[in-house]
Design a protein. Sequence first.
Length: 564
Amino acid sequence: MRALLTIATIAGTLIASPAAAANKQLKQQADAILSSSFDAAGPGASAIITEHGKTIYAGSAGLADIEARRPARPDTVYYLGSVSKQYTAAVILQLASEGKLSLSDPLSKFLPDYPEPGREATVAQLLNHTAGIPNYANITGWMSEPNINRPYTTQQLIAVFKGLPQEDKPGEDWEYSNSGYVLLGAIIEKVTGKPWQQAVRDRILRPLALNETLTSLPKGGVPGMAKGYSLINDKLAPPMKFDLSIGGAGGGLIGTASDLAKWSDALHHGRVVPGPYYQQMITPAKLNDGRSFPYGFGLKFAKLHDEQVIGHGGRIPGFSTFGLYLPKEDLFVAVLTNSDAPRTAPEDVATRLAALAAGRPFPMLSETKADPAALQKLFGLYGEGMDQHRFFSRDGKFYLRTGNQPAHEVHFAGDNRFFYDLVWLQVRPQPSGILMMEIHVPTLTAAAVLPRTGSAPEERATVNVPVEVLRSYTGVYKAGAGTGKIMLVDGKYLVLQHGKDATTRLRPVSNIEFLDDDENSSVIFKTAGGKTTGLTVKRGDHDVEAERIGDLMASPPSASPDAR
């Protein structure tokens, strides 16, 4: 895409080549992306872009240590979180290529006492999260400082989740699970006779000279290490103290952006695992019923302007990361941050940087003051069918909902343009008087163009409900054979937990009625004698009655060592 930097002497004057000018422009634009994504006085970030294995950009923004006013640098060290999974997957694939295990081997071959049905999960199913093993990071209340601020062996981590009921048999569904990678660490230890950390060092870190990537924290600390931050009650605070071992083989590495780039170049160019095994690593997961899911072995798949993207993120208390690779362009981008709730998600920043480096940058939009009354004529329904878009305002904010999907808050950027994350839209009046909505999404090259087809239903306003009332609604509820939980988060709002750890926020429209905007349903609480006795879930013409059967035994989890 870009030639090497050259300097030509013309008429005795040094003149930069077009490639040099392009590299200068790339740096200016990439710096602008970072500075607009992270506060100069807040948690920071380090980023890198490589092309054909060569660094074409390295930059940083914000602070690695807010209290010390120490800025983030391109070589700042961060916890990598679940980015670590691809290293563990690579070790497993190396062992498979050497004939020391098979990807079709059941877990029971290595851990004979593991209970049913997980014991029948194959190594491949553990790698691509189709084993059905419950995720220990989602155990209600387990992600608390007393639990995570102490060292764990692999066997001790397994004991945390080994006895949990397993809802799906292997191959029935896709469910992200850190537990599966802890079990892969146990398999590595069984086959090699070494701790999984030692196997990663011997097989990957040392051969590739990844000298800035560590599997443990030295007693004296790591020079240049960033200090982590969480967002608690909308304020920056130190994260829960934790021991690196709680991430296990699915989240137990520390490193730099440059080492991630070196690792990516080696992995995607055949210097880590043999070709046939690499192809399995980047093949989407297949379920028993033939469905597929865009996740391979420690890597997930997406699109950027219709081109394939291979990547993964990581999140652990105080830190979040993301790295992605564009095979067609041979570009790698990584963004590492020292916050588990950064102002801008590392995945969004990395995607924006990748689009820039590939020569198809996204527009840089910023929020500007809006007059809801003046914009009222733009709201309504656009398009038809299951993908109909509902554009509306509520409580002075603007939202876009596609079909039955959760509504996204969108921000006004002037000239009838709105945006959220990397998606932006613009409403354009046509000569005929019809309004057309253009929706630009990062996965596709062309924008979707939808005509306005009607008015949006009026939205009910949010009301304030006393915290004492909110607290009285918390508890465990039973409907038929299923149970769910109503939980109070940050002393501010209720969430409904249902299914496999899925939670949705409830928005109050009266003291007893709350809307689940994600599901287009409402929850109405019932009381008797001053106590909450049950609730009714209304969705369309269908009502579900649930009885309150008990109090909550633990508070909802906080930041988990998990990122997809």
